[in-house]
Ligand binder design. Structure first.
Ligand SMILES: C[S@@+](CC[C@H](N)C(=O)[O-])C[C@H]1O[C@@H](n2cnc3c(N)ncnc32)[C@H](O)[C@@H]1O
Length: 170
């Protein structure tokens, strides 16, 4: 009975997430690695933020390339799983919250998003505000979705690279 209750709660939680943004659908590990090699060469100089970080795989791979990373994940089960997975990793962590209310750290350089078509323009505006606040542009790696507002700097398979500028740089 308890197991059934837990299963129902978990299923409801995952369904509920669809109201807040993209549902959980993990990026392919090999494709993330290729994007970090061919689209945006991530390195130890970077701090990557994954908006909607799921099970933390993007964070883990970014840290394999030497970068620091922060994941923002609304689903507490995924955030917990991600933090357990990254527990021995000093350079990566997940915060359980809505990404619309997360203030980027000043040393953020690149944002990874695998969102959905409903949200991409809102996410781009949000990143613009964060770029204004921290005073430098941010690279956006968007998996699968394009924005009308910017021309991609580069495209690699299903990934698009944008340079998102703050108000002062436009
Ligand atoms: C398509 S999955 C991508 C997961 C991961 N970035 C990857 O590429 O493997 C989107 C994730 O965003 C999370 N999410 C959706 N809306 C969110 C919001 N408003 N704030 C934080 N996370 C959100 C979902 O729970 C889901 O785990």
């Amino acid at each position: 009975m308890i197991v059934l209750f837990i299963i129902i709660v978990v299923v409801l939680l995952f369904c509920l997430m669809a109201f807040f943004g993209a549902p959980y659908l993990p990026s392919n590990n090999a494709e993330i690695r290729k994007a970090f090699r061919n689209l945006y060469k991530i390195s130890g100089k970077d701090l990557l933020i994954d908006l909607g970080s799921g099970d933390g795989r993007v964070l883990k791979i970014a840290s394999d390339f030497g970068a620091k990373s922060v994941g923002i994940e609304l689903n507490p089960i995924l955030a917990l799983f991600s933090n357990l997975r990254l527990r021995k990793n000093k350079n990566a962590k997940t915060i359980c919250k809505n990404y619309n209310s997360y203030d980027f750290p000043a040393d953020a350089t690149v944002v990874y998003v695998f969102g959905d078509s409903r949200d991409i323009e809102k996410i781009v505006s949000y990143i613009e505000k964060q770029a204004t606040k921290i005073g430098h542009p941010l690279y956006l790696i968007s998996h699968a979705f394009t924005t009308e507002k910017y021309k991609p700097e580069k495209k690699y398979r299903a990934y698009y690279l944008y340079k998102i500028k703050g108000e002062d740089e436009k």
